[in-house]
Design a protein around this ligand. Structure first.
Ligand SMILES: Cc1cc2nc3c(=O)[nH]c(=O)nc-3n(C[C@H](O)[C@H](O)[C@H](O)COP(=O)(O)OP(=O)(O)OC[C@H]3O[C@@H](n4cnc5c(N)ncnc54)[C@H](O)[C@@H]3O)c2cc1C
Length: 451
């Protein structure tokens, strides 16, 4: 028998679940399939409704889990197989190679500096962030080690300039690469942490219960939603979050992508795409977007009070504690909230300014609004990895792709499989405070579970 618990997903929900369970002395495995724990919160600037710096409040928790003797963090790790036998879950994990010796890497960054090849950072999207072929997920990453793009092996990035070239050995026959810039830079620091020959590793665990905390992601704008595909200055709210983040690609300068000049007139479109059909918007309310936009307007105003900020909304969701005051705070900063539904966007080809055509929802009249930057609040959707994980865990998903609770009213956070629980964005769109409460409850359920 074992008391151990597996937590799948290392966002703020998974972190809190692991910390709560470990305080009761049980062994906890915290697994994330990306290079660092932290989840979405690690990429945010400030957090509603307090406007605390997101990473400043999450990083101490990330370090606490990393230093808690009873928690083993496994990043870039997937849950491959789960079988119930003799009252325990027998779990096969696959730890994907980072091509780095995590014990030897000190996160000094010499290899990153030396790497000459940059790729677009997926999350930064249009606002232009880049990452190197060898990179740290973000400066506060836990574990604080780099990982290497798997394409760097066997000379695949040689053409892009990842090595000095001139090697006598045929790349396809060689698993090491002593001439890669990152390898050389690491050696110069007196370490040999870059391991191009590193293989994936299978890890087998016995656990008594499992908590799924696989989170959410921002819905991508589909079908050229309000000109997103055509116009550089139409961005998503996640891209705006990266723009205003001091640790983001513009060091916190709110510029517009077309000419990198400060955005002076910014508008947000709430429920972007909803009601348009053809899969162009989430068919449900994501609950947090109104407060995300409210936060972003306040921060934009704090950066520069002369910036004009307008929120086009349908129904304002200010459902949580302190949320209405937060909205009033934005109004006090001079933010305009307009009940209107934007339906078309045009661009001036010379200035790249945008014309937003909307229907006023109070009067029914049509009007036009000129802006420099348009931010689409597209809503939250489940992790695309949920389907595979649900199959592995024999769990059901709801029609939206979130994990299905046994009974949302009387058995929330429980699933159709005894001993497997849910928390945070795995259950549906959610904010941080609710994710943390659910994580605490799921930890207790996982601790108390008896076969
Ligand atoms: C633009 C934006 C701004 C926001 N601003 C705020 C705010 O100001 N205040 C607020 O309260 N909320 C805000 N939110 C919501 C907030 O991000 C979520 O409430 C929070 O991230 C949910 O935490 P989580 O741990 O459940 O999920 P996530 O943060 O999504 O973390 C999930 C983790 O699970 C991992 N994972 C996923 N699938 C698997 C798998 N199959 N195997 C292993 N690991 C997996 C992921 O890599 C990730 O690390 C915002 C969201 C967005 C998009």
């Amino acid at each position: 028998m074992t008391d151990a618990i597996l937590v799948i997903g290392g966002g703020i929900a998974g972190i809190n679940c692991a910390m709560n369970a470990a305080k009761y002395g049980v062994q906890v495995y915290l697994v994330d399939d990306t290079a660092s724990i932290g989840g979405m919160m690690a990429r945010l600037d400030k957090t509603f409704p307090t406007n605390d710096c997101s990473i400043c409040i999450e990083a101490p928790q990330m370090y606490e889990v990393a230093n808690q003797a009873k928690i083993k963090i496994l990043t870039q790790t997937e849950v491959r197989r789960v079988q119930k036998a003799d009252g325990v879950f027998k779990v096969r994990l696959v730890k994907k190679a980072k091509f780095i010796d995590e014990e030897k890497c000190t996160g000094c960054g010499a290899c990153v500096e030396a790497c000459p090849v940059s790729l677009p950072d997926e999350l930064d999207g249009k606002v232009g962030g880049k990452r190197k072929l060898i990179s740290m997920a973000f400066p506060q990453a836990v574990p604080n080690v780099v990982s290497l793009d798997s394409r760097c092996r066997s000379g695949q990035m040689r053409g892009a300039g990842a090595c000095v070239g001139g090697c006598a050995v045929d790349c396809s026959q060689c698993r090491e690469c002593p001439i890669a810039y990152c390898v050389k830079a690491c050696e110069k620091e007196g370490k040999k942490a870059v391991m191009l020959w590193q293989a994936n590793q299978n890890i087998d665990l016995d656990v008594k219960s499992i908590v799924v905390a696989t989170g959410i992601k921002n819905a991508p704008p589909a079908g050229d939603l309000l000109g997103y595909d055509r116009f550089a200055n139409v961005i998503t709210n996640t891209e705006f979050e990266r723009l205003m983040n001091a640790g983001g690609p513009t060091a916190g300068h709110i510029i517009r992508p077309s000419d990198r000049q400060p955005a002076r007139r910014i508008a947000w479109v709430q429920c972007a795409g909803r009601g348009l059909g053809q899969g162009r918007g989430t068919p449900y309310c994501s609950k947090v977007c109104c407060m995300i936009a409210t936060k972003q307007t306040i921060i934009a105003k704090e950066h520069d009070p002369s910036v004009a900020t307008t929120v086009f909304y349908n129904d304002l969701k200010a459902y949580g504690k302190g949320f209405w005051d937060f909205y009033r705070n934005a109004v006090g900063h001079g933010v305009r909230f307009v009940r209107a539904r934007p339906y078309a966007v045009s661009e001036d080809p010379e200035t790249h300014n945008l014309g937003v055509r909307c229907e006023d929802l109070d009067t029914g009249s049509l009007r036009s609004h000129d802006v420099d930057l348009l931010v689409l609040s597209t809503g939250l959707i489940p992790s695309e990895r949920n389907a595979r994980l649900a199959k592995t865990l024999k769990l059901a998903l709801d029609p939206l792709g979130f994990f299905k609770e046994k009974d949302p009213l009387l058995s929330p956070l429980e699933t159709g499989v005894d001993g497997i629980y849910l928390c945070g964005g795995a259950t549906g769109p959610i904010d941080i405070a609710e994710s943390v409460s659910q994580a605490t409850a799921a930890a207790m359920k996982a601790l108390c579970f008896q076969t």
